[in-house]
Design a protein around this ligand. Structure first.
Ligand code: F6R
Length: 247
């Protein structure tokens, strides 16, 4: 695991953007794993800008998102499919048929889990996976206590995640937040050829410290990235503050 600390989230984001731009330039038909949440929004803005300037094209790129809430319509204001359209897909030259987000409304969830994994495999596997981290150490929606080997699956959200994400729902109402999500598993994430994890701010300090310096444990699912052969962690100074060793 390579860890880089930047003065601000702007600089860390810029470094992540460089990695994504280089990946698309090197392999125009690459497969990207994408994340939602507040952390990657500025990164997506940089990718949109690079596309507008003709530095990259998404025409042959395929994307797979980490997760989706169960039960939300694709067009619900908080669905991750809609988030991706608003933050990236609608502003670049990507073919939406190449954009995959788990279907949280699938009638047969087990079939959806298998089809999602099969689609990733059929695309040739994920070249570059973007990750954020939850305040509790989750990656995707793999919550503390999860199985560290599994593929795409249904996960019950913890109370902390429900509370953290309520801010984005109408009136910040926790009751509106779905209780389950479909998520790539830790096993799926570990199969990506390269991972880039971004973490910013005080609320991520404990999770970041556990991920980098703690033991590999289900209590902090992100810690399993220590086993991944090519993971880059990009932090702002605040998120890195609890690290004991300077990296
Ligand atoms: C989102 C996802 C989550 C987020 C994490 C951090 O697709 O998989 O693991 O990356 O919850 O969220 P933010 O960026 O909102 O702090």
């Amino acid at each position: 695991m390579k860890v880089c600390i930047f003065k601000s989230s702007v600089e860390a984001t810029h470094e992540a953007a460089k990695l994504f731009i280089e990946q698309i330039q090197r392999k125009p038909d690459c497969v990207l794993g994408l994340a939602t949440g507040s952390t990657p929004i500025k990164l997506y803005k940089e990718l949109i800008q690079a596309c507008k300037e003709g530095k990259i094209s998404f025409k042959r790129v395929k994307t797979f998102n980490l997760d989706e809430y169960v039960g939300l319509d694709r067009l619900h204001t908080q669905s991750y499919y809609r988030f991706m359209c608003e933050q990236l897909f609608d502003h670049v030259d990507i073919d939406k048929r190449n954009c995959h987000v788990p279907n949280g409304q699938a009638k047969d969830i087990e079939k959806e889990e298998q089809q999602y994994e099969a689609a990733i495999e059929a695309a040739g596997g994920i070249d570059l996976q973007l990750l954020g981290i939850g305040g509790n150490g989750h990656i995707g929606f793999n919550e503390p206590g999860c199985n560290l080997d599994c593929g795409t699956h249904l996960e019950a959200l913890t109370q902390q995640t429900i509370q953290d994400n309520a801010r984005l729902f109408f009136n910040g109402d926790e009751a509106q937040v779905p209780r389950q999500a479909l998520t790539m598993g830790v096993g799926t994430i570990l199969r990506a050829r390269q991972c880039v994890l971004l973490a910013f701010g005080k609320s991520k300090q404990a999770a970041v410290q556990g991920m980098i310096e703690g033991p590999i444990t289900k209590a902090n699912p992100a810690s399993v990235l220590q086993r991944h052969p090519d993971t880059i962690v990009l932090l702002d100074a605040l998120a890195a503050e609890k690290l004991k060793k300077s990296v």
